[in-house]
Write a protein that binds this ligand. Structure first.
Ligand SMILES: [Zn+2]
Length: 252
């Protein structure tokens, strides 16, 4: 059964704990500030991460969720490095979708350097579609539900976005949520355990690149910081054309 208290406005799917914060942290913080209920469903516990531990990563994810003001956080417990697209894995996704009945789902990009991100995208997009099929029984008395809109966020590889969300007002909160992952991203006070290497994302230059990308996409829409999305199954309908294009550019 799904109850009103389970209901979300926006549900974010991610392959690993920290992916949502890294790629849509500003969008989440902005939505929460606007009064929307946002949840995150992580596919794995990130157990293949080169730094930190699974327990530490879970604590970091809980702290990031608190900073962002997430309404709920789920973990599918699928194997890191081998996210399967099986009927069982789809059912696990479907159960969360039917329980939370989100209007909008934010999902990983179709193409990425990291195979887990592509695998999560494949699994989740298939399950989002199937979640609307009345003949698929997911148990717990859960009724069919398919989000009205699905948006792919950007990870390693750039694409030409359909839209960019202005996250300027939420930028500090968004960076604070990212810094909660002390084992993953650069933190001068974190002491790496023996054998923990510096990685692509723990290198200090990585956080600078996160800011640079947000500045670059923000600039394209006339704001300081922006997060890009692809709307793949367009077109989407507009009832309030002026309201939809309510952002104003100082320089046109
Ligand atoms: Zn990831």
């Amino acid at each position: 059964m799904s109850t009103d208290s389970d209901r979300l406005d926006v549900l974010v799917f991610a392959a690993h704990p920290d992916d949502a914060e890294l790629n849509v942290g500003g969008t989440i913080a902005t939505l929460v500030a606007q009064g929307y209920r946002v949840g995150v469903a992580d596919c794995t516990r990130g157990e293949l991460g080169s730094r930190g531990t699974v327990e530490g990563r879970a604590a970091e994810a809980a702290e990031a969720a608190r900073v962002l003001g997430l309404y709920a956080r789920y973990n599918l417990g699928l194997p890191d490095g081998a996210i399967p697209d099986t009927p069982e894995a789809r059912l696990a996704v479907i159960r969360i979708v039917r329980r939370t009945r989100p209007d909008i789902a934010l999902v990983p990009p179709v193409a990425c350097r990291h195979p887990d991100h592509e695998a999560a995208s494949r699994l989740v997009t298939a399950a989002l579609y199937q979640s609307g099929l009345v003949r698929i029984e997911a148990g717990d008395g859960l009724a069919p539900w398919r989000p009205h809109h699905v948006l792919h966020y950007m990870q390693t590889l750039d694409f030409e976005p359909t839209l960019v969300v202005d996250v300027t007002a939420a930028w500090e909160v968004r960076m604070q949520a990212l810094r909660a992952y002390r084992s993953q991203f650069h933190d001068p006070t974190y002491s790496a355990a023996d054998g923990e290497p510096e990685t692509y994302i723990s290198n200090p230059a990585f956080l600078e690149s996160v800011e640079a990308r947000a500045r670059s996409y923000g600039h394209r829409i006339g704001v300081r910081y922006g997060e890009p999305f692809l709307y793949r199954h367009g077109p989407f309908g507009v009832t309030d054309l002026v309201g939809t294009f309510s952002t104003r550019r100082e320089h046109r």
